[in-house]
Ligand binder design. Structure first.
Ligand SMILES: [Zn+2]
Length: 480
């Protein structure tokens, strides 16, 4: 049975040195107040500051306080304590053991509750801890496959998405993050937790089965900048569905949303004029979007850099004896709406969607994309030339064979999109779609969480150092 750590009470000396008249002002937030009923004639003068009493009587005269608020000639006065001084860590030390390895954890006594230093404690339970300083939020990925998140000072912990009451919010004192025993309990799902005063004893038994090794493989990838602790449970689910997929691919594919159905989790494109904007079945342009500075290049509308690159590529291909031509380039959202609606009226919708975008979801809206006519006719010579050379001009074939699971389109060797040369070279060399390129090279740490990658790897390695053991035990013991 689960026992709770007993709180060791302390007496907080709260001095009532100022007075505050009930109903006439605001108490400082979260400062405990002590109420007294006093006789105004006899006691207001000696108790209240001159300023307070003047303010009170002024309000009576101005009618801001009604007579009814005074009970039988008494004034309700609230004594406000001095602000509680910031708690400071106590010198006590807890020794934390995990499979006989020992570390020390700082402790803090505040609000009659023992708080324990979050980082080493959670890490010795095999958790990897991530910190987002802007959001003041912590994410914890545990060896049991739990994703825990909580915010400093807020009374809520999310454990695999479900809200749990930890009893006390996490604190930061002198740049050290502390959590209560209740929060530790919620995060690592303790099997047994108890206290024998003055020693605190916490025991956690870990199973080390296949799933735990899977968790380890994912946690070892925390060295990747695109590892997102908030996707942890999705990584695990996706790895279970795809047991042979390497963990770094699991992370990449979940990050770019491969596990989501097309058109079911649509987000608006944040930078629609950006040359790297990801526009696909789950990323949509606003219906009023029209790219800036479109211009005519050889009879087709392009963004200028892309239009110039197209003319250069066409000219160089001609020197190689190949004639390149376009079917289309820029297409407005209105045109796409008409075309899409027309097609689904007369044809099978699922078939239409394998080769056509819904309005707002097409790269043609950007002015950076075009369809080649010659390639569409399956001219293998042109096909091969484009596949081999177009990146030298910045053009990448968007929908390539083998990447249907990302973009959900039938391969289209004729659909090209322009990128700056350096990016096109990387995408070509590594065979990346824009979604993959964006996550790996442009926007890897968009979630804002940081961790010490080397330390995270060490934790994952250490926590699983004996995978054949039935259990390992972590414990916390107060050392005097
Ligand atoms: Zn196209």
């Amino acid at each position: 049975m689960k026992k709770k750590i007993l709180a060791i009470p302390i007496i907080l000396a709260l001095l009532a040195s100022t007075l505050w008249v009930y109903g006439s002002g605001q108490l400082p937030a979260s400062t405990p107040a002590k109420e007294e009923i006093i006789d105004p004639e006899a006691e207001l003068a000696p108790l209240a500051s001159e300023k307070t009493s003047i303010r009170y009587w002024d309000q009576i005269e101005e009618g801001q306080i009604e007579e009814g608020q005074i009970e039988e000639g008494q004034i309700k006065v609230t004594a406000t304590p001095e602000p509680v001084e910031e708690a400071t860590p106590k010198p006590d030390r807890y020794a934390v053991f995990l499979n006989a390895q020992k570390a020390e954890v700082r402790t803090l006594l505040d609000q009659d509750e023992w708080f324990l230093e979050a980082y080493p404690l959670l890490e010795y339970f095999g958790c990897v801890v991530f910190w987002n300083s802007d959001a003041q939020t912590i994410a914890v990925n545990t060896r049991d496959g739990i994703l825990g998140t909580f915010k400093i000072g807020e009374m809520e912990v999310f454990v695999n998405g479900e809200s749990v009451d930890p009893g006390f919010p996490a604190l930061i004192v002198e740049d050290v993050i502390y959590i209560s025993s209740g929060m530790l309990d919620a995060l690592v799902d303790l099997d047994g937790i108890g206290v024998v005063e003055p020693n605190i004893w916490i025991d956690k038994r870990f199973e080390t089965g296949d799933r735990n090794l899977q968790v380890k493989n994912i946690l070892l990838q925390t060295k990747l900048p695109n590892y997102n602790p908030l996707n942890f449970t999705d990584y695990l689910a996706f790895q279970e569905q795809n047991p042979d997929l390497p963990a770094d691919q699991v992370i990449l594919q979940v990050n770019i949303g491969v596990h989501k159905e097309p058109y079911l989790d649509i987000q608006e494109v944040a930078d629609p004029n950006g040359v790297f904007a990801v526009i696909d079945k789950n990323h949509k342009l606003d219906s009023s979007f029209k790219p800036t500075d479109l211009a005519n290049y050889g009879g087709y509308l392009w963004k200028p850099e892309a239009g110039e690159a197209w003319l250069q590529m066409k000219s160089d291909a001609k020197a190689d004896g190949l004639s390149l031509a376009l079917n289309n380039s820029y297409r407005s959202i209105a045109d796409q709406t008409a075309s899409y609606n027309n097609k689904i009226r007369t044809r099978n919708k699922a078939a239409v969607e394998r080769t056509n975008s819904r309005p707002g979801h097409s790269e043609h809206h950007t002015g950076y994309a075009a369809d080649l006519t010659t390639v569409k006719k399956s001219n293998s010579k042109v096909d091969a030339w484009i596949a081999e050379n177009s990146y030298k001009y910045g053009f990448i074939v968007s929908f390539q064979a083998g990447k249907e699971y990302i973009n959900h389109y039938t391969p289209e060797p004729w659909h090209i999109r322009w990128y700056p040369l350096w990016a096109a070279e990387v995408m070509h060399a590594e065979g990346l779609t824009i979604q993959e390129f964006d996550n790996l090279y442009l926007n890897p740490n968009a979630h804002g969480f940081e961790t010490d990658a080397e330390r995270a790897i060490e934790i994952a390695e250490r926590s699983y150092s004996k995978p054949k053991d039935k259990t390992t035990v972590a414990s916390v013991v107060l050392v005097k």
